[in-house]
Design a protein around this ligand. Structure first.
Ligand code: CA
Length: 418
């Protein structure tokens, strides 16, 4: 599919993240006004809440956009999702006879503050990137036992905290936690010294389910995708995670990009999961291409210094698709709800510059990175800004996500000091 042209001129640039082919959904406010639902088009936002209030967009007898999140639309399902996209395309396409009606509903993105685009009902994080699991397993257990025995048979994960998910731009406070390194006899309660990122994609559940669903059904339930940074305190994790997995190490914050890119916008970029070493059981078998070809990168900028790109990889490096993760999540009968967020797991590629965490990039701190500013880093230092970006490249257009960024602030004084 070529670039679809819009009368919003900035949307027609081949490198612009928000052409008419994209139409990602967010929530914004201007100068502290009440937050509204909006769709990004070029450098503008179409105020969808106002468009509905004025009868320019009518999908249902009841309003779908009078709350500051996209969940009411998400739970409507694929037919209404398609109806909204068709209406937006008609309003914003070059030659639309409704341009005059729509122009007053546009807000410049520069003037808008972006907020959480949806209410996260629950958050589950997986560990489904082969290269990441191999790298981390090699560091902790050696190359022979790098992958746990279940890894090639199920997408393993843990239940995270919806309350900790924040929108891009939110500052991240370095956490305190109980740490114990191998050379210490006793644990100590300290600010994390090995605070890290995890480059992930987040899949958002649109329609709810109650009981086991197939991989194909799971794909149909997914509404869209965001970039996701699962901030991780490696030293807290190393001490706490056996045998029940990560807990406080992952509970500080998880940042997401501000725009939900719909599955429809990503349709031209579908690609297959890699060849299987072990045949998957029937309920997890691939049934069509369900990964996406999305270029991903991470930059790090020390306070007041320029950013250095520290990693580049691609979402197609995953071993399991989000649809397989969602299908697996339901096998026990677990109900899934509108607004459930599924983290893919850290996405790393096969070579060193493709590693999606500092733990891997610095090989556990043994091989510090040198930034363009000349500084070195094994893990995040106070004041560092970490930014994830993502882009799917079409013929003459780009599908972007908007940055997923956060600055790490120093730990507060001890929360238990007397
Ligand atoms: Ca993670």
């Amino acid at each position: 599919m070529p670039l679809m042209k819009s009368w919003v001129a900035s949307a027609n640039d081949a490198d612009h993240p928000f052409p008419l082919n994209n139409l990602p959904y967010g929530v914004f406010s201007v100068d502290g006004s009440e937050p509204h639902c909006g769709v990004a088009i070029g450098s503008m936002i179409l105020d969808v809440t106002a468009a509905e209030a004025e009868g320019v967009i009518v999908l249902d007898d009841e309003p779908l956009f009078d709350l500051p999140f996209w969940n009411p639309l998400m739970e409507q399902g694929p037919a209404v999702w398609a109806a909204l996209r068709a209406r937006l395309t008609s309003l914003l396409a070059e030659g639309s006879d409704e341009q005059e009606k729509v122009e007053p509903l546009l807000v410049p993105q520069d003037a808008a503050e972006l907020q959480m685009p949806f209410a996260v009902s629950e958050y589950t994080d997986f560990y489904a990137g082969r290269h990441h699991a191999q790298n981390v397993g090699t560091m902790f257990r050696g190359p022979e036992n790098a992958l746990p025995p279940n890894w090639l048979h199920i997408p393993i994960g843990y239940n995270g905290r919806a309350s900790s998910v924040v929108v891009s731009g939110s500052d991240i406070r370095r956490p305190w936690g109980q740490l114990k390194s191998l050379d210490q006899e006793k644990p100590a309660f300290l600010p994390s010294r090995r605070f890290d990122i995890e480059l992930e994609m987040g899949a958002i559940v649109g329609t709810p389910s109650d009981g086991p669903i197939t991989v194909q059904e799971a794909d149909d339930h997914i509404f869209g995708y965001v970039l996701l940074n699962d901030w991780s305190a490696r030293d807290i994790q190393a001490w706490e995670y056996q045998p029940l997995g990560p807990f406080q190490a992952k509970a500080t914050a998880t940042s997401i990009s501000p725009w939900i890119v719909t599955k429809t916008a990503l349709e031209p970029f579908r690609c297959d999961t890699p060849a299987r070493e072990h045949e998957l059981l029937d309920h997890l078998k691939d049934c069509g291409p369900m990964l996406y070809d999305i270029d991903l990168s991470v930059t790090m900028a020390p306070a007041g210094k320029p950013a250095t790109t520290i990693a580049r990889t691609n979402y197609k490096e995953m071993y399991y698709s989000a649809a397989q993760q969602l299908a697996h999540h339901t096998t026990s009968g677990c109900p899934m709800n509108t607004g459930d967020l599924l983290g893919s797991g850290t996405i790393s590629g096969p070579t060193k510059p493709e590693r999606g965490s500092l733990l891997e990039l610095s090989w556990g701190g043994k091989e510090p990175l040198t930034l363009d500013s000349g500084e070195t880093r094994s893990f995040i230092e106070d004041g560092d800004t970490l930014t994830l970006t993502g882009a799917a490249k079409g013929k003459g257009y780009t599908i972007g996500f908007g940055d997923c960024t956060g600055t790490v602030l120093p730990a507060l004084a001890s929360p238990y000091a007397r």
